[in-house]
Design a protein around this ligand. Structure first.
Ligand code: AMP
Length: 356
């Protein structure tokens, strides 16, 4: 771990097992980046608190994500791996940065609206009018409320990144708006105080565009709360079953027909997991109407298993070695804290919090 390399920072919330969306949006990129960059990867337990209120599940999931990080090949000798709450400096920075963040801009973020809707038990159609969800939030009773923590999620995410002076943030497409807010907050802070404290970070992609891994249920992204995930630790039988059940259509009715969304989604997954010649084979078969979706799904399931099997096979051994997991986290936290403490001291000084 040399220190003239550009810093990469990214995290995953411990809200359950890792799925293919996490793998292609984030973890897969971490694995490549640890070879070339100064990487810091964390388990975002404070972020998980915005939607997870079961303490035992949170604790279990932190261990689970760590084991899956390590089983996938994250190497603590190459990258720092830490738990967000092991770096208390972040919480103070979060308080300080919040002084420069507007509640209006936070309320307008798409993920906040989605999660607020869920917290209030509303369907999307209930707020077709943009102002509606905001009124519902303000009028919500105290037992069905939207937490201030959820609203300020982008501030905490910005702090995670800015505290480490990270240049690159490998995340999936769903995080692009949050990353844009981080850039805006960094710029605003620098301009307000006339300093060059923060770097404006960018998403890191090996491909042309940010990745969005779709679900197999016909529309939308793969996500834990969508209940449509293929998990890295799914047993082969269960995984094959999930893929074989993927939503399809009645098949192309004429040569070179446009694809429906469920079929386009299957091809997106195939592109992520299979080789170019396999993808071409099925694209050609779709174009000349000879495609059999069953064959496509069988191929897809095997290609996904090629990626996930080595990870699944290592997870339990790692979970059984708690001393090793503790060592990894202690080493990662020490490094992350050193950088966060330096940033915090600078920010305190810049903002006028100085010793008399
Ligand atoms: P989360 O599980 O929401 O904490 O997300 C952790 C990382 O996985 C973030 O970088 C997300 O952008 C990424 N991610 C989650 N779901 C998907 C998806 N369906 N497609 C692409 N990236 C995703």
């Amino acid at each position: 771990m040399t220190n003239n390399k550009e810093v990469v920072l990214s995290g995953i919330r411990p809200t359950g097992n890792l799925h293919l969306g996490n793998y292609y949006g984030a973890l897969g990129k971490f694995l490549k980046l640890q070879e070339t960059h100064d990487c810091r990867f964390f388990i975002a337990d404070l972020h998980a608190l915005t939607t997870n209120t079961d303490p035992d599940a949170l604790h279990r999931n932190v261990k689970g994500i760590l084991a899956e990080y390590l089983a996938a090949g994250l190497d603590p000798e190459k990258a720092s791996i830490f738990v967000q709450s092991d770096v208390p400096e972040l919480s103070e920075l979060y308080l300080l940065l919040n002084m420069h963040v507007g509640i209006g801009e936070l309320m307008r973020t798409a993920s906040f609206k989605d999660k607020a809707r869920k917290a209030l038990g509303l369907d999307k159609k209930d707020d077709e009018n943009e102002d509606d969800i905001e009124k519902q939030i303000i009028g919500a009773s105290t037992n069905k409320r939207v937490s201030a923590g959820l609203l300020t999620y982008p501030t905490l995410m910005a702090v995670d990144i800015l505290a480490q002076k990270a240049r690159w943030v490998p995340v999936g497409k769903d995080q692009m708006q949050h990353l844009e807010l981080t850039r805006r907050f960094a710029r605003r802070f620098n301009q307000f105080y006339g300093v060059e404290e923060f770097i404006e970070p960018e998403n890191f992609e090996f491909r042309d565009a940010p990745v969005k891994v779709p679900g197999l249920d016909g529309s939308g992204k793969m996500g834990k709360s969508e209940g449509n995930c293929i998990y890295l630790i799914d047993e082969p039988k269960a995984l094959r079953k999930k893929v074989m059940r993927a939503v399809t259509d009645e098949g192309p009715q004429a040569p070179n027909s446009p694809m429906s969304e469920p079929i386009a989604n299957l091809f997106s997954l195939l592109e992520l997991t299979s080789t170019p010649d396999v993808v071409k084979h099925f694209r050609d078969a779709y174009a000349d109407c000879s495609i059999r979706y069953g064959d496509l799904k069988k191929q897809l399931a095997e290609d996904i298993l090629n990626v996930t099997t080595p990870i699944r096979e290592r997870v339990n051994d790692i979970l059984a070695d708690e001393a090793y997991m503790r060592r990894v986290l202690a080493q990662g936290a020490e490094r992350a804290r050193a950088q966060a403490a330096e940033t915090l001291a600078e920010v305190r000084h810049i903002m006028g919090i100085r010793k008399i």
